[in-house]
Design a protein around this ligand. Structure first.
Ligand code: ABT
Ligand code: MG
Length: 148
């Protein structure tokens, strides 16, 4: 079953949106298989956002993501990478549709509340950056038969 890496960014944690965001993924039918509150060290932030190293906003991005704790999660389910991105909405919350997480809770591209892996390859890379193997739990869930 597919897995993705989802993270409530420091702005989302400060604005008490962790519960709301977890609820949306639970209600959709996805399964939470890993979670932790973490203050990201600079080195990990630079690795996580490695693809943006040469961009003019890289410094600000690293400063923001290390400015306070994030809530890092692994979610599992059918097509979860793409579906989670759809649930998050566009990168710029000003353009994100109402009903999406960024559309409902964000205003600016610099503080856009949530991160989600953009491909299967990114998901595997990011899960491995943030979680040890034993901290991703595989367990049976009673509602699976009613979702699939
Ligand atoms: P992330 O989930 O944070 O990776 O966002 P997403 O994948 O939707 O968008 P990308 B393109 O990966 O943006 C990464 C972060 O960079 C910020 N950003 C992006 C800017 O601040 N200015 C810009 O012009 C662009 C293109 C937004 C993203 N995160 N934050 N915070
Ligand atoms: Mg991205």
């Amino acid at each position: 079953m597919e897995k993705t890496f989802i993270m409530v960014k420091p702005d989302g944690v400060q604005r008490n949106l962790v519960g709301e965001i977890v609820s949306r993924f639970e209600a959709k039918g996805f399964q939470l298989v890993g979670a932790k509150l973490k203050h990201i060290p600079t080195e990990l932030a630079e690795q996580h956002y490695g693809e943006h190293k040469e961009k003019p906003f890289f410094g600000e991005l690293v400063d923001f993501i290390t400015s306070g704790p994030v809530f890092a999660m692994v979610w599992q389910g059918e097509n979860v990478v793409k579906t989670a991105r759809n649930m998050m909405g566009k990168t710029n919350p000003g353009e994100a549709a109402p009903g999406t997480i960024r559309g409902d809770f964000g205003l600016t591209v610099g503080k856009n509340v949530i991160h989600g892996s953009d491909s299967l390859e990114s998901a595997e890379r990011e899960i491995n950056l943030f979680f040890n193997e034993e901290d991703v739990l595989l367990y049976d869930k009673q509602d699976s038969a009613w979702i699939y």
